[in-house]
Each structure stands twice: as structure tokens, then as C-alpha cells.
Design a protein around this ligand. Structure first.
Ligand code: EPU
Length: 339
């Protein structure tokens, strides 16, 4: 194992924050994790699972062990007339997997094109875009328990999936280190196009669109709205879209008749955090080295590459305060704060 001491995480978080980890341990197999589970020192240290750090904000140096998956296998697990099930290593770059499935005409992941991060983190975070979520495709999540080294496969209902949430995000769930994810794809895809803008663009592109056509349009939309972390440090949407009861929407509509809103589970309403921030006049707002992205207000950026985690957190707090004062809504970060 290539264990590193006092290791900079700058290249391992998409904000490009120069935080240091006491230890950085990339793992390549289940056996390596089981070896670590037997190590007394490892047991005593705090640990953090880090994929590509596309959803993390390091507020300080991390005192403990950062574990990073390098399990990059991709195998066909099962196949019948309708479906192909793939066993994918948690260290596979998410968008490489989406590209692979779309190129083979397999349906299911196309709306999730160009989302940064690794497969394991995608299953933990329940990534979603354009009406699709990875949870709709998960057959099981394979894990190693970090204390006992035991293997456990989680069925979707055990993963407790919800909007940007899973069991693995809880304190208890964090002890299960994801090694592989089993995903089911459709061989005769029925494209899910809930999002009006995407639907229109795909229809203009092809009369009989394929997953690859959807992928190309999703890529074009994302590139037009979201900054490339390689050029401008960011973590995609910084906040979750708030979920409110219908009565709250009715009140807001009295003052803001054009407020965007979408149905959410159990009769609730999902509002658009980007719109709320935009309406506070914060697009392009800069505080220190951190800024609100001018083309999508839900994205906070490291404007000059010099921001610390505290700079980004200060801006986030300002945004939360403004939205709270104007709309009485408390925005919750989607990005995880690490200290
Ligand atoms: N809007 C504004 N101003 C803005 C941003 C958005 O008025 O600055 C309005 C838009 O016009 C639209 C609505 O807000 O009416 C929703 O915006 P958009 O379609 O851009 O999507 P979003 O709700 O801001 C969510 C996900 C994204 C995902 C897109 C597409 C969350 C927190 N974010 O963003 O996910 O790509 O939908 O499905 O759910 C991510 O999680 O990192 C991410 C990028």
C-alpha cells in the first residue's frame, strides 16, 4: 500500500483547497481494507472516505486517515434479454462509467453524465440530475466494515435512499467502506426525460434518441451552466434544494408568483435554491477569495485559486443569511464540511 504522511489534499478536492491529511491511504482491494481493519493504529484514528472530493469542503487540515478507493474494476455480473448488470469498483471515475454504458446503448445513467466524482461516492451521495438518481439503478452496494473487516452487501432498501441522502452518510453508515456497486442498466432503454429543457433539446437532435444523444445534450447543458473544476474550483450545487409544505409555497407565491417549484415525495414541494439566491441579487457576489458563480447561483467558487475552506464557508453563511432574511427559508449545504 502506498501510504502517504502529511499529504496535501489540494488535488483531491474540486474546490482546490490546500488542506493536509495526517495520512492518505489509497486502497486497491477488499483484502487491503481487511488488512487495515486488523491494524490497531488504524482503529484508533479518525477516518474519512474521500473519492475525488467533489462534494467536500475542508475547513482545516484533516487530523486522521483519509481513505481513497483505487478499485477500478468493471465487470458484467449478470445479463438477460432486458438488462445488463455491472459490478463496478468504487474507484472508477463516475463519468467514465456513464460514457461506457451510453456508448454501448445501455440506458439508465445518461442523465447523470459529467457529474464529477467516483462510483462509490456517487452511491453514497445518491447523485441526481434531470429527474434521475443513481438509487434507481442500484442493485446492491458492497462494503467492508472498517472495524471488523466483514463484508456486507446492502440492498437498495437498506441503503435508505432519499434526495442526496443514503445510510452511508450517517455516523453508523460511515463505517462501511464501499468497494463495489452493482448497477442495473436497460438494454432496450426507455429514456427518462422529465426535464422540459432537456427533452426539447434531445427531440431537436434526433427523432429516435439514444442514451448517447441524451448524454451529449446533458453535457452541453452542464458545460453552459456549471464551471469546470479543473478551471475554477467548485463543488457543483453548494446547497440542497429546500423542501417545504404546500402551504409555504402558497404564502411565497403571494409575493413571488413566478417562484419555480417541483413536486417532492409525500405531497411536499421542492423549491429552487439557485433561484432564491439569484433573487437575493447574489449572482457574481464575491467575498474574499470566494464567489457566487455568475451563471448558476447555486454554485460557490474558489475565484482565484487562493480560497481557504473558511473563505468558502463565510460566503456560504452570508448566502444562507440573505435567503433566510428575504424568504424565511433555511438553506442546507449539500457539500460536506470537514474539519
Ligand atoms: N435558477 C435561477 N437562477 C440561478 C440558478 C437557477 O433562476 O442562478 C432557476 C432556473 O432557472 C430553474 C431552477 O432555478 O428554474 C432550477 O435550476 P437548474 O435547472 O439549474 O437546477 P438546480 O435545481 O439548480 C439541480 C441539481 C443539480 C443538477 C440540476 C439538473 C440540486 C442541489 N442540484 O440544480 O445537481 O445538475 O438540478 O437536474 O439538486 C449537484 O448536485 O452538484 C448538481 C449540479
Amino acid at each position: 500500500m502506498d501510504i502517504r504522511k502529511e499529504y496535501s489534499l489540494k488535488a483531491h478536492n474540486t474546490f482546490g483547497i490546500d488542506a493536509q491529511a495526517d495520512w492518505f491511504i489509497p486502497y486497491k482491494s477488499i483484502e487491503e481494507l481487511q488488512l487495515l481493519a486488523r491494524d490497531e493504529y488504524f482503529q484508533e484514528c479518525r477516518h474519512l472516505l474521500l473519492g475525488e472530493g467533489s462534494n467536500m469542503l475542508f475547513l482545516t487540515n484533516f487530523h486522521g486517515i483519509v481513505l481513497h478507493s483505487q478499485i477500478t474494476t468493471l465487470e458484467t455480473y449478470e445479463e438477460d434479454e432486458a438488462h445488463l448488470t455491472l459490478l463496478v469498483g468504487s474507484g472508477v471515475h463516475w463519468d467514465d462509467l456513464v460514457a461506457y454504458t451510453c456508448a454501448r446503448g445501455l440506458g439508465g445513467l445518461e442523465c447523470l453524465s459529467l457529474i464529477p466524482g467516483q462510483v462509490g461516492a456517487a452511491a453514497v451521495q445518491n447523485i441526481g440530475a434531470y429527474g434521475a438518481e443513481i438509487s434507481q439503478r442500484v442493485v446492491s452496494v458492497h462494503t467492508v466494515h472498517r472495524r471488523t473487516g466483514e463484508l456486507r452487501h446492502f440492498a437498495p432498501e437498506e441503503c435508505d435512499y432519499a434526495y442526496r441522502h443514503s445510510f452511508f452518510k450517517t455516523a453508523e453508515g460511515a463505517d462501511y467502506i464501499v468497494t463495489h456497486v452493482l448497477l442495473r442498466l436497460d438494454k432496450q432503454p426507455e429514456l427518462q426525460l422529465d426535464y422540459a429543457d432537456l427533452k426539447a433539446r434531445v427531440a431537436a437532435r434526433s427523432a429516435a434518441p439514444s442514451p448517447e444523444d441524451v448524454r451529449q445534450e446533458v453535457i452541453a447543458i452542464r458545460r453552459s451552466k456549471l464551471p469546470d473544476p479543473a478551471e475554477l474550483g467548485n463543488a457543483g450545487s453548494f446547497f440542497m434544494n429546500p423542501i417545504v409544505p404546500p402551504s409555504r409555497l402558497t404564502e411565497l407565491q403571494e409575493t413571488y408568483p413566478d417562484i419555480p417549484h417541483y413536486p417532492a415525495p409525500e405531497g411536499q414541494i421542492k423549491l429552487s435554491a439557485g433561484w432564491l439566491i439569484d433573487r437575493c441579487g447574489l449572482k457574481g457576489f464575491v467575498l474574499g477569495h470566494a464567489g457566487v458563480y455568475p451563471r448558476q447561483a447555486l454554485v460557490l467558487t474558489n475565484v482565484d485559486g487562493e480560497a481557504t475552506g473558511q473563505d468558502i464557508a463565510r460566503l456560504a453563511q452570508h448566502v444562507q443569511q440573505q435567503v433566510q432574511e428575504r424568504f424565511g427559508i433555511e438553506l442546507q449545504p449539500e457539500v460536506r464540511y470537514i474539519s
